[in-house]
Design a protein around this ligand. Structure first.
Ligand code: SF4
Length: 225
């Protein structure tokens, strides 16, 4: 690599967030930087660069990369012939991974049970249309809807048994996570597999928000055909 190119690479690495979180599809920010310089990926794959605190970095990165010609490279998920659900073998558009530093995609639940619930509570529920009981932690509440991280049933093998409040059937109304594959546009109806889904079942929904490769999908349905 010439001096100019390696100097440019070092500048790009310094301007990237440095979280090494893999959300861009690469193991580390320095690998992502090298691929940016080779025109094999684009800045919009790093979701953090859209944040206010990285606004100036984004401007400088765009300037550094203005002469690089982007060659569209398909991700591994896109290159696979088909992404197919395990149970019913329907084809999905993409996989949905957890947000950086989180262990499951975020699910938004509508819970009919009237038990008092609060952020930090652990709950047991069965999503409408899914035969498997889910175990989750409430991480946020929004106008009566609960946002959760899935804990199991695999939590049982960690040996850390907790008190779960059984709330019966819950409607999963939204998912939030990182798209692994082709990022959809707002308004599109999509079929996807949440990475934590124990049945690897294809879900459908409508994309209502996209930021980089982070997507918020509402109107979740397990009936896909
Ligand atoms: S998504 Fe951004 S912060 Fe995470 S590894 Fe890629 S470049 Fe680094």
């Amino acid at each position: 690599m010439g001096v100019d190119k390696s100097d440019k690479l070092n500048k790009i690495i310094k301007l990237l967030p440095g979280y090494n979180c893999r959300a861009c599809g690469y193991k580390r920010c320095d690998i992502f930087a090298e691929e940016l310089l080779n025109g094999r990926t684009s800045l919009d794959k790093c979701p953090f660069l859209f944040r206010e605190d990285f606004k100036q970095n984004m401007i400088e990165l765009k300037e550094l990369l203005k002469d690089v010609e982007y060659k569209e490279v398909k991700s591994e998920a896109e290159e696979e012939e088909k992404l197919v659900g395990v149970i019913d073998e329907y084809e999905a558009d993409f996989l949905l991974d957890p947000l950086p530093n989180e262990h499951s995609c975020r699910e938004t639940l509508m819970i009919a049970d009237k038990k008092p619930l609060k952020i930090g509570d652990y709950i047991q529920y069965r999503p409408l249309g899914c035969p498997i009981p889910h175990f989750a932690k409430i991480i946020d509440e929004n106008h009566g809807l609960y946002i959760v991280h899935i804990e199991g049933p695999c939590h049982r093998i960690t040996g850390k048994e907790k008190e779960y409040i059984n709330v019966g059937i819950a409607m999963v109304v939204a998912f939030e996570g990182i798209v692994i594959g082709k990022v959809p546009e707002v308004g599109h109806t999509v079929k996807f597999i949440p990475n934590h889904c124990m049945m690897q079942k294809v879900h459908s929904g409508v994309v209502v928000e996209v930021e980089g490769n982070r997507a918020y999908i509402e109107g979740i349905d397990l009936k896909v055909w």
